[in-house]
Design a protein around this ligand. Sequence first.
Ligand SMILES: O=C1O[C@H](COP(=O)(O)O)[C@@H](O)[C@H](O)[C@H]1O
Length: 260
Amino acid sequence: MSTPQLVVHRDKELMAQAAAARLITRIVDAQTARGSASVVLTGGRNGNALLAALGASPARDAVDWKRLDLWWGDERFLPDGDPERNITQAHEALLDSVPVDPARVHPMAPSDGAYGSDVEAAAAGYAQELAAAARPEDHGPVPTFDVLMLGVGPDTHVASLFPELPAVRETERTVVGVHGAPKPPPTRISLTLPAIRAAREVWLLAAGEDKANAAAMALSGAGEIQAPAAGAYGRSRTLWLLDAAAASELPRDLYPPASP
Ligand SMILES: O=C1O[C@H](COP(=O)(O)O)[C@@H](O)[C@H](O)[C@H]1O
């Protein structure tokens, strides 16, 4: 488990731009070191703002988009192309404007896809796809993602792991179907905490006043069942990327005064 590091930016626009720059660098570094990179995308406002900032950055051309695997941390179980699906929003924010290899883009199934409305089968299918992509050196059923991003919800949820629901208690499976999510839609697919923790780096994104309480709670020792964001960490690094509004309720001993 890596201890969370915090970076606080002035506002959410700067946070999105700085995080996008950080992601470009991380992808280029991974491609240089290992030939390719793998990134897990998040849905939500902060995740989409980061993708849009990445798309608008001239430095995006430093990425070799053909040598990048893209996965999702969660998905809203809706029909293909639904505007509320995380992948639909990711396409709009970035993926339609960069030359990704479609074979290396790994969406979670829609509710009208190969598994029909069976969300458990769809989750199991994604777990199989992850397992097939894992190499012996990953020592587990999911690839060692280079960067896994998570938008933190105002209730401390990450991916589709909501406080107190069964999905956040899962210790065996890597992907689960989620029922009765308090944020619409109620049916979702999510990576579990064990799958999230397989990533080299986990980045938690929190911008805006409505995230302040969640950030303070998750970073002040709350348990992961009550505050799922508290249970999300990477093998090598756990990075909280915040704006000043989201950091405004952090205990003073946690707030990094030197952050830009
Ligand atoms: O529903 C979801 O919400 C969270 C956070 O979204 P935000 O708009 O409050 O930033 C996101 O992490 C998750 O991927 C998504 O499915």
